[in-house]
Ligand binder design. Sequence first.
Ligand code: GLN
Length: 378
Amino acid sequence: TYSKLPGTSDSIFTVMSQLATEHQAINLSQGFPDYECDPKLINFVAQAMQNGHNQYAPMTGAPALREWVAEKVNTLYGSDYHADKEVTITAGGTEAIFSTLSACINAGDEVIIFEPAYDSYAPTVRMLGGLVKSYEMAPPEYDIDWEMVKKLFTASTKMIILNSPHNPTGKILTETDIQALIKLTKNTDVLILSDEVYEHLIYDGEQHRSLAIYPELRERAIIIASFGKLLHATGWKTGYCLAPEYLMKEFRKVHQFNVFSVNTPMQIGIANYLKNPETYLNLSSFFQQKRDLFRSLLAETKFKLLPCKGSYFQCVSYEHFSEEDDTVMAKRLITDFGVASIPVSAFYTRNTDHRVLRFCFAKKQDTLEKSVERLMKL
Ligand code: GLN
């Protein structure tokens, strides 16, 4: 039988969300909010449709939205992205990842990824004939030893994929990590895909270190971001990518034949809504409240909390009370306790025995309380 991607099937998010529905469990598996986005935002989108914004947007994205992106990024990170030449609106983060890899990876190219890693990276690299070189991070801190990363470098290294704030661990890149990365890539042609979709979800007064801040990295980086996370509307599948002009040209060659362009009324509606910066600037405190509540509730369960510095995911370890494989444990939590999570082993290519689960806390207070009530019975 034919298979281009043997060993790949429905993503863990699809599997766990389906199982949650089947068993009417509280779904803390796939990352998405269980509350509504701002009605004002919906009005702006409806208005865009009523005002006739219903035909193809420009291939690169609606100019007003690209201009908003460039201004936001350049203000926050002190960079100088050009709205026409260096910003493209994408059909969500995953399309941006796919188009970036398609535009950059040839057969035989090596790509370094840090595991646990978002599940689309490795299969997409392999689909293109690329080779995945994994650096495994381990709980509880998931630290990176850059001397070991250096050992993964060969003459065929084409790209490094970074993700900060990190899904699933909530880890963020530190200044030390960034400086090591600068040193490691200096005088090379290595490209960087920087998945920054959780850039505005960062806690305890920490700062997001976008690669846009660092000129040495900006010149070799494709940075990916998400309006779904920013606006609590993951189903709109809208995001953007930033890259220096020479890379953006290549990115757009693929993007145009992948989705051609992104749906128009969402882009116009989002651009009009975001004119008011209050709509997104307090995102960190909004989610920090949820994180703090969820952590204090979970502290009463048998689970051990791992750190969470960013993203809307909280990981817990249970290795001190069970030998059970994490996929088995996650399924049992759904069937026997009515709470869905993601087994973190799904983010590794090799088998690991970490026994860590990921919960999404982008949920109503009531949902978080009810789910922990159920987990208390464990
Ligand atoms: N990014 C989200 C998560 O990690 C889900 C993405 C998806 O389902 N493709 O849960």
